[in-house]
Write a protein that binds this ligand. Structure first.
Ligand code: 5GP
Ligand code: MN
Length: 336
C-alpha cells in the first residue's frame, strides 16, 4: 500500500465509522476470511457489519465471528437499514460490482466511501480507494498487509485464524503458482499468533457428509475428454445433487481432479442450478493455458489465469455442446 493511500485510510478511520464489509456472492474462505479479519480489526472502535449477498457453505461456520454475518437474501430489511447509515464500504475479494449480485445496486447508490481490496485482474473503476494486486495469492494476504500497515499490534488469534484460512484455501495449501516466498512468510507470521493449522485443515477439508464423497465419486467418473485436446470436463446435474443431498460448497475442489491427469492443461466443471436458471461453470488450468480470457469471452465470466468461473443460461446439454465448439475455436485461435 503506498503512502498516499495509507494517509487516506488513516484519515478515514481517525474517527468512529459505520463500516460494511462485503464479500462476493457465494463467498469462499478467502472472501469471508478477509471480511471477518477486518471485522475483528475494526470492531472495537467502529460499528461494523458484514453483509454477504447470499448464503455460503456451512463449512466456514468455524471461522471466528461468522455468527455475525448478515445474509442479504435472508435479511433484506436489516441489510438495507445498515446501508442507510454506512460511511465506509469494503468490497473484498472481487473487483466488479456484478459479483456482489443483488447487492450491487445498494453499493453503487450508497454515498459511503468504497474501498476495494482484491487480487483479481482488470479491476472495475467503482471504488474511491482501490487496493488491487493480481500478483497476490489471496485477498487475505492483502488484508494482512493492510492491517499491518495501519496497526501491527492489533493482530490476534481470531484475525490470524481468518487470514490463514483464506490464504490456505486460495493457494491450495501453499501450492499454487500464486504462492510466493512472502505468502509463506505471512503464513509463518500467522502461525506465531497461535493459529492451529491442523484444526483449520480438518475443518476445511475433512468435515463433509458421506453423500458428498459419493457425489465426488460420480463427478470423477463423469469426466470426459475432448479428442485431441488437453481438456477434461465433467458435469453435475440437478438430479445428482438431489440424490446426494447437495449443499453449497459440496463441489468445492472437484474440478481440480481433471488436472491430475498427465497432459491435461484445463479442467472444467458444469453445475446445473435449476433454481437460478443457470449453469455455473468452474475453469482450472495450468502452464500457458489461460482460462480467464476464455471464461469472459464465451461464458460471461472471468477470474484468474488458472482459476476462473462463468455462467451459461442454456440447458446443461446445450452448454456442454456450446463449450465443445467454443474451446476448439479458442485453442485453434490461441494455441496452434
Ligand atoms: P470457482 O470456480 O471457485 O467458482 O471460481 C474460481 C474463480 O473464478 C473465482 O475466484 C473468481 O475469481 C472467478 N469467478 C467465478 N465465477 C465468476 C463469475 O461469474 N464472474 C467472474 N468475473 N469471475 C468469476
Ligand atoms: Mn480470492
Amino acid at each position: 500500500m503506498n503512502e498516499q493511500i495509507l494517509n487516506q485510510i488513516n484519515d478515514i478511520f481517525s474517527k468512529k465509522r459505520n463500516i460494511i464489509l462485503i464479500p462476493h456472492s457465494s463467498p469462499d474462505a478467502d472472501a469471508l476470511g478477509s471480511c471477518l479479519a477486518l471485522y475483528h480489526f475494526f470492531k472495537d472502535k467502529n460499528d461494523v457489519n458484514i453483509i454477504s449477498p447470499n448464503e455460503y457453505t456451512d463449512i466456514l461456520n468455524f471461522l471466528p465471528g461468522s455468527e455475525n454475518v448478515i445474509v442479504y437474501d435472508n435479511d433484506k430489511e436489516k441489510s438495507e437499514d445498515v446501508f442507510k447509515n454506512a460511511d465506509v464500504i469494503f468490497t473484498l475479494d472481487f473487483n466488479s460490482l456484478g459479483r456482489a449480485r443483488n447487492l450491487s445496486n445498494l453499493i453503487s447508490s450508497s454515498s459511503a466511501k468504497i474501498i476495494m481490496i482484491d487480487h483479481h485482474e482488470n479491476p472495475d473503476n467503482y471504488p474511491n480507494i482501490m487496493i488491487s494486486d493480481s500478483k497476490m495469492s489471496s485477498t487475505c494476504e492483502m488484508v494482512f498487509d493492510f492491517i499491518n500497515a495501519i496497526d501491527n499490534k492489533k493482530i490476534d488469534n481470531d484475525i490470524a485464524t481468518c487470514l490463514y484460512t483464506g490464504i490456505v484455501a486460495d493457494t491450495g495449501s501453499f501450492r499454487f503458482p500464486s504462492t510466493t516466498s512472502k505468502t509463506l512468510k505471512v503464513g509463518s507470521e500467522l502461525i506465531n499468533y497461535g493459529v492451529n493449522i491442523t484444526e483449520i485443515f480438518e475443518k476445511l477439508y475433512n468435515n463433509f457428509q458421506f453423500k458428498r464423497l459419493r457425489l465426488l465419486g460420480s463427478t470423477i467418473s463423469n469426466f470426459k475428454k475432448i479428442d485431441g485436446l488437453p481438456v477434461l470436463y465433467t458435469l453435475i446435474s440437478e438430479e445428482d445433487q438431489i440424490k446426494n443431498d447437495f449443499k453449497k460448497g459440496d463441489s468445492e475442489g472437484f474440478v481440480n481432479f481433471g488436472l491430475s491427469v498427465t497432459g491435461i492443461l484445463c479442467s472444467v466443471l458444469f453445475i446445473e442450478k435449476k433454481d437460478e436458471g443457470i449453469i455455473k461453470i468452474s475453469f482450472r488450468s495450468k502452464g500457458d493455458f489461460k482460462v480467464n480470457i476464455f471464461a469472459s469471452r464465451y461464458f460471461s465470466g472471468g477470474g484468474h489465469e488458472h482459476a476462473s468461473g462463468g455462467v451459461s443460461k442454456l440447458s446443461l446439454i446445450e452448454t456442454e455442446e456450446k463449450f465443445i465448439v467454443d474451446i476448439k475455436q479458442y485453442l485453434k485461435e490461441n494455441y496452434e
